[in-house]
Write a protein that binds this ligand. Structure first.
Ligand code: SAH
Length: 346
């Protein structure tokens, strides 16, 4: 197995059967070795820097019914909210003052936010903070809409493929299209966004062969960013009784992704930090180099409940940031508050 890891390290590639063999048979010692090789690779691209993003969860209205997600349309217990432009700009001001230079606007697929409303919002953020990147994470829209939002100043777009198993995708996403999810990623890249794909780990019925499909898909897509995190059950969903995904498997997959795509921006995700108090640290040791901190107001944070027990966040944004900074430094990394673009664009 060490040979396969060495090959992955030197060639930044493996074929389907090698990847499956690695996932099926990697031993504890070899997992350590995999993480070491991932960190060595990261040292050659971004070094010891962990990039910072500020997450603004601006709406939890959603027209979709993803069966794992707490804010899916069918959850009648979810209390819905939307943040106004004024509220969002106030959050940006607070974030900017603290040093944030990327704002991630994330939400459910909320038809209320027309292109006109979003264009105005993006233009205003870019006008007030021209040195900041705006990232959108608002799901599937038309190519025209993506283009309009890009032209109004949005820099990046996150839309995970969620899983590249067609069967599993269709099981978990009623009335959604596996093909369209992929189409959106290609379209966003073609338009010029820095794009982020990614998937969940430990979904009910997900197998190692399914992970291999995601790994090969992402290697081919060459996104600028990849977000992966463990599945965490939510009590108001049909998947509430299933166990959460494994931290160890998430970290193995993080290292493999770092080796397959040495230049990719790879967050230690909120889900990873939620399921394990040391989840972010484990992510950094596996090759992650981005951290996305929540800037949403406490009331919104509580209602933006994709899954149970989202990382307990102190209300004091200054203390929150300095706490994360010291956790990062304890791991031997530094917190980098620049825009943190993909290396090809720096
Ligand atoms: N509506 C947007 C944003 C989705 S929320 C979109 O479609 O892209 C961001 C991510 O949270 C999702 O892509 C999904 O991978 C993850 N997520 C949702 N529910 C989850 C759960 N129960 N456990 C772990 N991750 C979850």
């Amino acid at each position: 197995m060490k040979k396969i890891i060495d090959k992955l390290y030197s060639e930044n590639n493996l074929n389907e059967s090698e990847l499956l063999n690695l996932l099926n048979n990697v031993s504890n010692n070899e997992i350590n070795y995999l993480h070491i090789k991932a960190i060595e690779t990261l040292n050659k691209t971004y070094g010891k820097k962990i990039f910072l993003r500020g997450l603004i969860e601006f709406t939890n209205y959603c027209k979709n019914n993803c069966s794992y997600c707490g804010i899916r349309a069918g959850n009648k217990k979810c209390q819905r909210y939307r943040l106004s432009e004024k509220e969002i700009l106030a959050i940006c001001l607070e974030g900017y003052t603290l040093g944030y230079r990327t704002f991630v606007l994330q939400g459910g697929e909320d038809p209320y936010y027309s292109d006109t409303i979003l264009t105005e919002l993006i233009k205003e953020i870019k006008k007030q903070y021209p040195d900041c990147a705006v990232t959108l994470s608002i799901g599937e829209r038309s190519p025209t809409s993506y283009k309009t939002l890009y032209n109004s100043g949005a820099d990046r777009f996150l839309i995970r493929e969620e899983t590249r198993s067609k069967e599993l995708y269709n099981k978990l996403h009623p009335n959604m299209s596996y093909e369209n999810r992929e189409f959106c990623l290609h379209e966003l890249k073609r338009i010029g966004y820095q794009i982020g794909g990614g998937f969940m780990v430990g979904l009910p019925f997900q197998t190692n062969a399914d992970y291999v499909k995601d790994l090969l898909f992402l290697k081919q897509l060459q996104p600028h960013m990849i977000g992966i995190g463990p599945f965490i059950p939510h009590k108001d969903t049909s998947l509430s009784k299933y166990p959460p995904g494994s931290i160890e498997m998430t970290c193995i997959l993080l290292s493999i992704l770092r080796l397959l795509l040495p230049e990719v921006l790879l967050p230690a995700t909120t889900a990873l930090g939620t399921l394990d108090p040391l989840g972010w640290e484990k992510g950094f040791y596996a090759g992650a180099n981005v951290v996305m901190l929540n800037l949403s107001p406490p009331d919104a944070r509580e209602k933006y409940s994709l899954y149970e027990g989202k990382a307990n966040i102190p209300d004091d944004a200054i203390k929150y940031l300095s706490n994360i900074k010291s956790r990062i430094e304890k791991c031997g990394f530094t917190l980098d508050t620049s825009r943190g673009d993909h290396i090809s664009l720096q």
